[in-house]
Design a binder for this molecule. Structure first.
Ligand code: COA
Length: 264
């Protein structure tokens, strides 16, 4: 499949990991309408692409992952235009949120506002040591409008989410790790994309049906009561039970060799 290259989104397939790079260096990788649309189109394509086993989302350069909404574009918009962009965030970020393939944010620098909300749509987050992460919207007279008020408390808990959103508190990489906002901090001397590639290595060789089923069970279960979640788990388990990969795992175990998963 073909993917966009250059500006505002640069996409490259490296082994089975699709590296998706926000690339608007003159605007600190801020989210223009064009960039949001390109992200949605790319993740829709990746979901269908058998060559892609995981996606790594990062930003160009070392300064910023993403400075959030494009405030220059926003300044020219009517209130109705803004409503339309907020709906666009919802639909296109939703594609990332519901990706059947694991998505890792490789936070190469600052992620503020919509930039951090974009990272919250990912399944895992790896940060460079110099990152700053925050949701400063209330200091701009608005609130996070791309899922931040819902996703952040689910990830770091209510009290910490309120501290970040109400106080506009910005976290360092170490604080983000301590709060569970990121899964790893890239070790000194390792680029954050390389650290993310290392993190996803077991995913690239793993069983795609099982990974997609696990993601859907976890994500759906977060929004329902425990009994319903347990039922959802049974439905997701069933999808793995009837897969060839599940049978292959048992045969490989008996033959004392690594399984060869085919994603069927
Ligand atoms: N939208 C559009 N343009 C942006 C932007 C944004 N969100 N953030 C920065 N830029 C632009 C700046 O206006 C500047 O352009 P200019 O050279 O034409 O003046 C350029 O990107 C570089 O930004 P600058 O502020 O000079 O870089 P910096 O390294 O000093 O600071 C930030 C980087 C990201 C910390 C700072 O720009 C910032 O705080 N931006 C706003 C982030 C924000 O509040 N986002 C949440 C929106 S809800």
């Amino acid at each position: 499949m073909t993917y966009p290259t250059g500006t505002p989104l640069d996409v490259e397939l490296r082994s089975a990991a699709l590296i998706v790079t926000l690339n608007r260096p003159d605007r600190v990788n801020a989210l223009s309408r064009e960039l949001i649309e390109a992200l949605g189109a790319t993740f829709r394509r990746a979901a269908q692409d058998p060559a892609v086993r995981a996606v790594i989302l990062t930003g160009a350069g070392e300064k910023a992952f993403c400075a959030g909404a494009d405030l220059k574009e926003r300044k020219e918009m009517s209130r109705d235009d803004v409503r339309a962009v907020v709906r666009l965030y919802r639909s296109e970020f939703g594609v990332i949120d519901s990706s059947p393939k694991p998505v890792v944010a490789a936070l190469n620098g600052i992620a503020l506002g919509g930039g951090l909300e974009l990272a919250l749509m990912c399944d895992l987050r790896v940060a460079a040591a110099h990152v700053t992460l925050g949701l400063p919207e209330t200091s701009l007279g608005i609130i996070p409008g791309a899922g931040g008020t819902q996703k952040l408390p689910r990830i770091v808990g209510e009290a910490r989410a309120k501290e970040m959103i109400l106080l506009g508190r910005r976290l360092t990489a170490e604080e983000s790790l301590a709060w569970g906002l990121v899964n790893r901090v890239a070790p000194a001397g390792t680029s954050v994309v390389d650290a993310a590639l290392e993190l996803v290595a077991p995913i690239l060789g793993g069983a795609p049906i099982a990974q997609a089923a696990a993601l859907s069970a976890i994500d759906a279960g977060l929004d329902v009561d425990l009994a319903t979640g347990m039922q959802l788990e049974i439905l997701a388990y069933e999808r793995t039970l009837v897969s060839h990969d599940r049978d292959e795992a048992l045969v490989a175990f008996a033959e004392k060799r690594a399984p060869r998963y085919l994603g069927r």
